[in-house]
Design a protein around this ligand. Structure first.
Ligand SMILES: Cc1cc2nc3c(=O)[nH]c(=O)nc-3n(C[C@H](O)[C@H](O)[C@H](O)COP(=O)(O)OP(=O)(O)OC[C@H]3O[C@@H](n4cnc5c(N)ncnc54)[C@H](O)[C@@H]3O)c2cc1C
Length: 203
């Protein structure tokens, strides 16, 4: 069982250190296990909810309840959480490892740093991958790598990342997201949907 406030990196490393396999992909996901449950965080072909057996939730009145994983509708980066409920913990089923879990964690982290702009400010992947395709591929073939609005730029390293390299404001980033969406739809006929969540109104 893992508290929702534990970081994904800590969970992943703890499991690997104790010879449990299955959580390696979470090592490079910035955030908490609560966030990973809420977003069904995933990477390298694995997803959080494939590991979940049971979760503990709290509601606004402070009542706790446990629910089995099967009682949630879960899909790609999407979990239907009952209104005004939050995850406080989860029970995860990992498998007995073969002793190479630590090495696997390190190689996934290396792969991430080779392919993603992890040293620059970003919100991670901007768009959801459409079925049987990759948002990054569609953005790249639409000629949008490096496109800039104000302080925000479509990453030269990974086209599904928008980096804030020159003090971008929220408006720069949202405008760039809309521009990429329109240009990709014009070029490929596919409308990309944001994976990031927008909070508040920009100025
Ligand atoms: C550089 C970078 C790389 C990233 N790489 C990946 C990746 O490989 N795979 C991936 O899936 N995501 C990735 N992300 C996105 C992000 O890390 C994940 O969505 C992560 O799960 C968010 O966790 P958090 O704790 O920061 O949640 P927050 O961002 O704080 O919250 C995310 C959402 O979950 C809700 N939430 C948070 N905690 C709870 C809780 N306990 N109960 C109920 N709802 C809750 C929030 O209300 C919000 O709607 C990346 C982000 C960045 C910046």
């Amino acid at each position: 069982a893992v508290d929702a406030g534990v970081s994904c990196a800590r969970f992943s490393r703890f499991a690997a250190k104790h010879g449990w396999s299955g959580g390696e992909f979470l090592a490079g996901v910035p955030g908490t296990m609560g966030g990973a449950l809420a977003m069904n965080a995933g990477a390298f072909g694995s997803e959080t909810w494939t590991l979940v057996e049971e979760v503990e939730l709290v509601d606004r009145a402070g009542s706790f309840e446990n629910r089995p994983a099967g009682s949630f509708a879960v899909s790609y980066r999407q979990v239907d959480i009952p209104p005004a409920h939050w995850f406080t913990a989860g029970v995860f089923r990992l498998s007995q490892g073969r002793g190479d879990e630590g090495t696997n964690v390190r190689s996934l982290l290396e792969k991430r740093s080779e392919t993603q702009p992890i040293r620059q400010s970003s919100a991670g992947s901007v768009f959801r991958n459409p079925p049987n395709d990759y948002a990054a591929r569609l953005i790249e073939i639409s000629g949008l790598k490096g496109l800039r609005i104000g302080g925000a730029q479509v990453s030269m390293q990974h086209a599904n990342f928008i980096v804030n390299d020159r003090q971008a404001c929220a408006k720069d980033i949202e405008t760039l997201i809309e521009k990429v969406q329109t240009a990709v739809a014009d070029h490929t006929g596919i409308r990309l949907e944001p994976e990031v969540r927008f909070v508040g109104e920009h100025q």
